[in-house]
Design a protein around this ligand. Structure first.
Ligand SMILES: Nc1nc2c(ncn2[C@@H]2O[C@H](COP(=O)(O)OP(=O)(O)OP(=O)(O)O)[C@@H](O)[C@H]2O)c(=O)[nH]1
Length: 937
């Protein structure tokens, strides 16, 4: 059986790249990929080479090779490390024999060694701290680190034994080192030189300290590697918005103005006119229940009331100085000016304000303390007519505030996504993490064979049941391959389902990009590559339809490379597996590659926490109510759990797996169908299990209200003057109002995006209502009132709705394939376009003579130069190559007979209706008007 490089590297405790290098040294040609596979013979050659490499020079090569699973210790390296350890004071040499003895039986003396060495190291530090300079401190630290590394490596009994041996030999070799250590306490020895720490082994060089093989247990690297990957939803970062800074213009100080507000004596005294009321109120409240924090206020109010009374008394007495004035105050002359200044301060407007969305003219006015008419005036000057309740965008609110000199801060409420992220990140106990099946999303261009491949993998037949042979829904299945589960997500390849593809890419661990070998990289393949890259998930390419005679593998590889997907066989990192969904070729290899990739990335989740996941699709089922297709990403979902999903919530009433079998619980990575949500959730919404149904209801309602307010504020878009003017100039634009009813939110999403593409300046689609579910009476009433047609995608109309539609003359169109729907709507829109009138030239006649008759006016005697002139044609009169005007023919005669038409070369008499000035030499060009139907293209 073939062996993967990744697996062999793991077995030998090496890095895959390192192993590939060693393989090429051993003369085995291997692809530059951890997923590359080799034959058992090649494996033996590589293993022999690796073992040879790890043996110390001089060691007997005839010895049987060490068992492959064990890390082959490098004796030279051991000696070096022990040598380094021995650089510590003599305590090391005293203990070494005891250590060897201790290491004997239990085979795991690491702790003992570690403890002793740690002690030794500490002592070494202490000694050197007291007796050596700072250079020696560094050396001691090196020794300590080296000792730690060495101890970390001696983990098994075998290794410990070896370590003991090595320690012995190290002791013999470092006999002088021990002496040196014992001498290190001797004041005659100045310092320990760096050379003392350099291994004296055969190689005589320092080992490069880089991670080798599986260093998962290491201190720093290991921790980082073992850190669980948070499979957070890939949410685009919010665009940064900086509050524009208002340019502060240097204003020249104007001439001081006399305030036109009459200042009351209270204000002049710097007191609130309500001070006495305030005092009374506080006293009253104090009687009811005194609050200590109000004591200060009451005291203040009492004081100001006293001051007020004394001021009044002073004024009555005619005193210019109040009795409360102290000696110090008296020296402070401009008493009145000071009070006025203080009172002016009190009427200064806000310079900073905070507001929460949604923002309307009214809420902004209240927040920034400016009348709403000021805000409306600013908007009016920019050509926007708004009312006080109209919504404002955040940018507009910031600009207006800036213009009014207020720095506005928009305080957003914690969004659902924030809450979700928090929930996803919390409760994840690393101790509970367990391996979970990988979630694999199949992406690719339409008809490249995604569903067929999945059918083959599942041994099912979904393709034949698909309307029009195309996938129109995202779907998820779980398969078992050699006892290992894999969850697949199938996505549609049609251009209309871009959002579904993006959704599939965002929830995935691994992406399988299907490219048909006869077609190569197509537009949706490119789009899928972008989704795959932005999701950051590993990509495996399935080059499908390899059984076809016109399959061109090299072209596919070139196309992929041109789109930055460099195949492993071309030195890149992406595995390209040749498959055929028809013959089954490569399916086994594809599954194996998926499993190895999953093993490499170690996908884990905590099954003990509350479930979190994503809604792939949702439907309204006649019998079971709302059915939601969910995929559990973390935790375990159970029947009876309360879930919140976007703007809806509910208790899980029943749960089914991908084979429609009822199940009670769903561990991580399980695709499930859930009954119990109150309303159809939007596709792509995240769900999470909540402790209380009340809480879930509250959050769902909050979200619904927030969304509604947002929609209202965006819909209440102010009408600009330009809009009004252009509407007046061009006349009204013809709208085609439609109501969309569909089976799933994803279908509505796709229909909307397709209809938005039918863009024309004169006609447009106006979706007046859209919802999941069958057509009901209320839809028909709405359609009747608004003149809309109803589009029913994958749904039918209720009986009563059908009867009503007939009575009301409402058109209900049913569709099963999205491109049929868009074609029909496109034709309807084209029907709204005014047909185009075109002139088609029919013939030309030269005026040879002009005859005047008193009763009938002028008649042109002509010869037909080319074509035919018909009695019903109109005629352009051309004189000196200038078109004078066009007229209808009032009579066409040959000789004395009225004729219907005159052909080329004939002579005739033509009288024009309304033109009596025809002259010899004029050209008469006849034409007919044809109306041409216009198209949207
Ligand atoms: N010869 C050959 N035909 C294939 C192979 N795979 C798929 N087909 C055919 O290609 C057509 C499209 O296959 P689907 O599986 O529906 O393609 P898809 O990519 O799932 O299409 P959408 O989901 O609509 O994007 C079907 O007629 C299949 O029978 C293959 O490996 N070889």
């Amino acid at each position: 059986m073939k062996v993967r490089i990744f697996a062999l590297a793991k077995e030998l405790g090496l890095d895959s790249k390192e192993l590939i290098d060693l393989a090429s040294e051993a003369g085995v040609v291997v692809k530059n990929s951890a997923l590359a596979s080799i034959s058992p013979e090649e494996r033996d050659v590589i293993v022999a080479h690796v073992n040879k490499d790890t043996k110390a020079p001089g060691q007997d090569t005839s010895e049987p090779p060490a068992p492959v699973r064990e890390k082959a210790p490098d004796p030279a390296a051991k000696i070096r490390q022990i040598r380094a350890m021995s650089a510590r004071p003599q305590l090391r040499s005293q203990n070494s024999e005891e250590e060897v003895a201790e290491q004997g039986d239990d085979g795991n003396t690491t702790t003992a060694v570690e403890t002793r060495e740690a002690q030794t190291t500490d002592e070494s530090f202490t000694d050197q701290d007291t007796s050596s300079d700072s250079g020696q401190d560094d050396s001691a630290q090196q020794v300590a680190e080296s000792a730690e590394t060495n101890v970390a490596e001696t983990t098994t009994g075998t290794e410990t034994a070896k370590s003991a041996e090595t320690t012995e030999s190290a002791d013999t070799k470092t006999g002088d080192s021990s002496e040196a250590q014992s001498e290190s306490t001797d004041p005659e020895i100045d310092s320990i030189s760096r050379d003392d720490y350099v291994a004296t082994g055969n190689q005589g060089t320092l080992r490069e300290m880089r991670p080798r093989g599986n260093m998962g247990g290491g201190r720093k690297g290991g921790a980082a590697k073992n850190k669980p990957k948070t499979a957070l939803p890939n949410i685009a970062a919010q665009p940064k918005f900086e509050i524009p800074k208002k340019k502060v213009e240097a204003k020249s100080e104007g001439v001081a103005q006399k305030p036109d507000v009459k200042l009351t004596p209270d204000l002049i005294a710097g007191q609130s006119p309500l001070a006495s009321h305030l005092q009374k109120s506080i006293e009253q409240r104090g009687r009811k229940g005194f609050k200590p924090e109000e004591a200060g206020l009451a005291e203040k109010a009492r004081k100001s009331a006293k001051e007020e009374q004394s001021l009044k008394r002073d004024r009555r007495r005619g005193s210019r100085r109040p009795s409360t004035e102290t000696e110090g105050d008296r020296r402070y002359r401009p008493y009145h000016r000071r009070s006025r200044k203080r009172s002016q301060k009190e009427i200064i407007r806000k310079t900073e304000a905070v507001i929460e969305p949604p923002i309307t003219v009214r809420t902004l006015s209240e927040a920034i303390g400016h009348p709403s008419k000021d805000i409306m005036r600013i908007l009016w000057n920019e050509g926007n007519m708004v009312t006080i309740n109209d919504g404002l965008s955040e940018e507009a609110a910031l600009e207006i505030s800036l213009e009014l000199g207020v720095e506005l801060e928009i305080k957003r409420q914690e969004t659902a996504k924030d809450r979700l992220t928090l929930s996803v990140e919390s409760d994840e106990d690393p101790a509970n993490l367990e391996h979970r099946p990988p979630i694999v999303t199949i992406l690719g261009h339409v008809d490249h064979g995604k569903t067929s491949l999945l059918d083959k993998i599942r041994s099912a037949n979904v393709t034949s049941g698909e309307a029009g042979g195309i996938t129109q829904h995202i779907a998820s299945y779980q398969v078992d391959h050699n006892g290992q589960k894999v969850t697949f997500v199938d996505t549609p390849g049609h251009a209309a389902f871009g959002e579904m593809r993006a959704r599939g890419a965002n929830i995935t661990d691994i992406i399988v990009l299907v490219v048909a070998a006869d077609d190569g990289v197509m537009p949706q393949t490119k789009e899928c590559i972008s989704h795959a890259k932005s999701s950051g998930a590993p990509i495996i390419v399935a080059m499908n339809k390899c059984d076809l005679p016109d399959a061109d593998e090299q072209k596919v590889l070139q196309d992929l490379a041109a789109n930055e997907i460099l195949p492993a066989e071309w030195g890149g990192e992406i595995e390209v597996i040749r498959t055929s969904a028809t013959t089954g070729e490569g399916i086994e290899n594809l599954l194996e590659t998926i499993l190895v990739t999953a093993e490499l990335h170690e996908y884990k989740a905590d099954p003990k926490r509350d479930a979190v996941g994503v809604c792939l699709e949702a439907f309204l089922d006649e019998g079971r109510g709302v059915m939601s297709w969910l995929i559990v990403q973390r935790g375990t979902m159970r029947v009876g759990d309360v879930i919140l999903c976007g703007e809806t919530y509910g208790r899980v009433r029943a749960m089914y797996n991908d084979r429609n079998e009822e199940i009670q619980e769903a561990p991580p990575s399980t695709p499930i169908k859930v009954a119990g949500l109150e309303e159809v959730p939007s596709a792509g919404e995240f769900f999470f299990v909540m402790p209380e149904i009340e809480e879930a209801r509250q959050i769902a309602n909050d979200r619904r209200h927030a969304d509604r307010a947002e929609v209202l504020s965006s819909r209440r878009k102010s009408l600009s003057l330009d809009d009004l003017l252009s509407a007046a100039r061009t006349g009204s634009v013809s709208d085609l109002p439609i109501i969309v009813k569909a089976d799933a939110p994803g279908s509505i999403e796709a229909i909307r995006s397709e209809l938005e593409k039918l863009d024309h300046p004169e006609v447009r689609v106006q979706i007046i209502h859209e919802a999941v579910g069958g057509v009901n009476e209320s839809d028909v009433y709405l359609a009747s009132a608004s003149g809309a047609i109803i589009v029913a995608f994958h749904v039918i109309a209720e009986d009563r709705a059908e009867v009503l539609a007939e009575q009301e003359g409402v058109d209900i169109r049913r569709f099963r394939i999205i491109y049929e729907l868009t074609d029909t709507i496109k034709r309807s829109l084209e029907g709204l376009l005014e047909p185009e009138a075109r002139e088609v030239a029919t013939g030309r006649a030269l005026v040879l003579r002009a005859f005047s008759f008193s009763k009938v006016g002028k008649i042109a005697g002509c010869r037909i130069l080319n074509g035919t002139i018909d009695r019903n044609n109109r005629v352009h009169v051309i004189r000196d190559q200038t078109v004078i005007n066009n007229y209808s023919i009032s009579s066409l005669r040959r000789e004395k007979d009225d004729v219907k038409e005159v052909r080329e070369g004939m002579e005739c008499g033509i009288r024009l209706d309304g033109f009596n000035d025809v002259k010899e030499g004029d050209l008469l060009e006849s034409y007919r008007i044809e109306t041409v139907k216009r198209t949207l293209d």
